[in-house]
Design a protein. Sequence first.
Length: 238
Amino acid sequence: MLSHEETLALIQLAKSGDGDAKGKLISENIPLIKSIVKRFKGRLEYDDLMQLGAMGFLKAVSNFDESFGVRFSTYAVPMISGEIKRFLRDDGALKVSRWAKTLACKISRYVDEKNKSGESEPTVDELASHFGVDAQDIVFAMDSSHYLVSLSDTLGDDDSAPLGDRIQGDSSPDENLDEMILKDSINTLPEREKKIIILRYFRDLTQNEVAMELGVSQVQVSRIESKILKKLKDEIDP
């Protein structure tokens, strides 16, 4: 890792047009870029996400000023995240990778085969084991299959207006994206933490009711909930 002083010196060189300085800054900060990119896993191909992350990083280099009073890495994180969010917002609210589409099709065929043979529908964990992927990857692929219709398509009825014109709602693309990131973050929580969030914020149970459900004290629930909320906040807005 570069020291703070080395980073500032390279930024000054990069701003003056030194390509080697830019290259060194990027190569030394690849772990930082990757840590942001992984939050958007599945939204785009990995190489595309890394390219967007690098673009956001270089914008941070160009715009950084020591008078901001923060370390460069602190300033760069929202710039990297913002570049990726901006692309997803401007190029479509949801970009489904070829990987997710392929996996969704495989899951659909596999479930159909199970149903036709009279077997019970496989669980997410069973699907994850069968296809050799994480459970959250199964959830994302299955969710993505609901968005594969084009917004320019019509419903085939008397009203020929495209679907995009018929979608109503108050949410902005950025809010929709944050909701998707939140959903992914919740899915990666340990089972007990996930259950607490679901019971508290999707089933509207009180902390006392959750404590009774889990067989713990209300104080423990409160402490765990605070920790989870901080974790989720850091995931959405690093």
